[in-house]
Design a protein around this ligand. Sequence first.
Ligand code: SDX
Length: 393
Amino acid sequence: MTVCEYKPGLEGIPAKQSSISFVDGHQGILEYRGIQIEELAKHGSFLETAYLLIWGTLPSQEELTDFEREIRYHRRLKYRIRDMMKCFPESGHPMDALQACAAALGLFYSRRALDDPAYIRAAVVRLLAKLPTMVAAFQLMRKGNDPVQPRDDLDYAANFLYMLNEREPDPLAARVFDVCLTLHAEHTINASTFSAMVTASTLTDPYAVVASAVGTLAGPLHGGANEEVITMLEEIGSVDNVVPYLDGCIAQKTKIMGFGHRVYKVKDPRATILQSLAEQLFEKFGADEYYDVALELERVVSDRLGHKGIYPNVDFYSGLVYRKLGIPTDLFTPIFAIARVAGWLAHWKEQLSENRIFRPTQIYTGTHGEPYIPIGERQNADDQDQLTGLITE
Ligand code: SDX
């Protein structure tokens, strides 16, 4: 077997053949099943987009109405899952709570019939329907309140904002949030989708697949960046401090959150749409004190690092939208997960249609023929990393 050239992070190495989405990182193009993201953001809804991603075609009115009705019916959580959430520490991160709840669904729906389209549809509906309820429930519980039940008279986005804030959202806020979900739904073989594919390839259940992807999305280099962007803008504090901040990052070689991308070497098309959504909200509900800082940071970073293809990615403006919608910062990534579960499920279904378990190889850099040294003849390790102090927390 010939070993291909090793590329750290598998950069540029195809992991599958897929027809779900397409990205041109130099033209700044993103398409879901061949439809440009700008068209879906302008004309579509998140559930319509989720249907498109998962089943490959835009649903008819009847298909969409049936799908929306099923989602509404399955939004509620088993009381045992709510009881489990009551044991979670308030200080825990909502992504850890979401990962635990997603995995717990597998306890209630343990039948695995991966070759049964009805089973596939049921898993898709349950995960799309229940993840928002989990996120909203954790938010209310960690404040010491009882979670509110979903409202069947509200659409997907409005219902989430209602469950989160305990009041019906403004129609513009609900529409903007729905578009944000569409923008975050899918993005070819990103880290969390790759986790989903690898987990799916072992033929485990879809709840374990999504739990695996949620854990991957949580990292600050991936979905966790949207939360870090707000922290960064708060740290910069003013337009005058943008250049000194950037100088510091460049000098210390630290990554600027919300910028750069493995594929896009121009501004992420989703960032452009999110920026216009933010401006719509600012016009109606008032400006955000950090928007000018964000604009100046984009200008200066593009000027100083644009030659390296470092431009805003999807996470740079999303946080400003969510802040204006009254969403707590540490819920930004769980919201990313609520949307991306559509893409994870699309890739889960596609993986099952032509499955081969993922098992890459390696380039071995260790030694051979080492002796087994009796413990009495061994020395303590030199480097401090291996020294284990008493874990006190
Ligand atoms: C998402 O893959 C997807 O599709 C992901 C995503 C999706 O929809 O699923 O789009 C969502 O995860 C968006 C990315 C969110 N993460 C961040 O905003 C964190 C900050 N960004 C970086 O960590 C970075 O840009 C990555 C992780 C996103 C991409 O990193 P790469 O492709 O591994 O690039 P790299 O680290 O090899 O950097 C290449 C060069 C380096 O400079 P040199 O050492 O060659 O001189 O670019 C520089 C890096 O220092 N660079 C940055 C930078 N990102 C890359 N320099 C400053 N700030 C940055 N943000």
